[in-house]
Ligand binder design. Structure first.
Ligand code: 5GP
Length: 199
């Protein structure tokens, strides 16, 4: 059995990644979504082990030192990281894995696992993004300001990704995402060994 593929999805804060990923998993359940660890405060409605594993700074630093992360990054004053073990387990079992991570972490994955597939979700316009960030109402003013600055910088990294999807209509974005996964699964190198007619 061939190993699973790692899909990395990024996009600026406020682009609607969370909604896209949720929509994707509802329609396409054969992919494992990695749950990250973070030092940021839990937002209202979020749950431990579902949205994130919430860690103290020291605990997070210990995990870094023990090599427990596949990648990690500091983003807007907080730490975020992908726990290595569950991802490796899924890939070894032939299951595809999805990482929803920011750009520095994605670039780290690109360096260490270049065979992964990188998808960038872009907003239709910059204004769209600003409106969404301000309208979310989950963060104080200074946090929003930092996220807006970071988002503008992040847009410049789109060219590093294999695919870009403009998130105009969520349903369409999800469809595009599924098309990418489907095409990747149909690649000769991935399916030739299982091809009945060649056995
Ligand atoms: P938020 O605080 O809005 O949940 O996430 C902030 C940013 O951190 C988002 O761009 C999100 O994709 C990213 N992020 C979430 N988990 C990870 C992770 O494990 N590693 C990295 N590098 N970024 C992450």
């Amino acid at each position: 059995m061939s190993k699973g593929k790692m899909y990395v999805v990024s996009g600026p804060s406020g682009v609607g990644k969370g909604t896209v990923v949720k929509g994707l998993l509802e329609k396409y359940s054969e992919i494992f979504l990695s749950v990250s660890a973070t030092t940021r405060e839990k937002r209202e409605g979020e749950e431990e082990g579902i949205n994130y594993y919430y860690k103290g700074k020291q605990e997070f630093t210990d995990m870094i030192e023990k090599g427990e992360f596949l990648e990690w990054a500091k983003f807007c004053e907080n730490y975020y990281g992908t726990p290595k073990k569950p991802v490796e387990k899924m890939l070894d079992a032939g299951k595809d894995v999805l990482l929803e991570i920011e750009i520095q972490g994605a670039m780290e994955v690109k360096k260490n696992f270049p065979e992964s597939i990188f998808i960038f979700i872009a907003p239709p316009t910059v204004n769209d993004l600003l409106e969404r960030l301000k309208g979310r109402g989950t963060e104080p003013e200074d946090v929003i300001a930092l996220r807006v600055e970071t988002a503008k910088k992040e847009l410049g990294f789109a060219k590093e990704y294999d695919y870009i999807i403009v998130n105009d209509i969520v349903e369409k974005t999800v469809e595009d995402f599924i098309s990418i996964i489907t095409a990747e699964r149909l690649k000769t190198e991935r399916c030739i060994d299982e091809l009945e007619v060649l056995k």
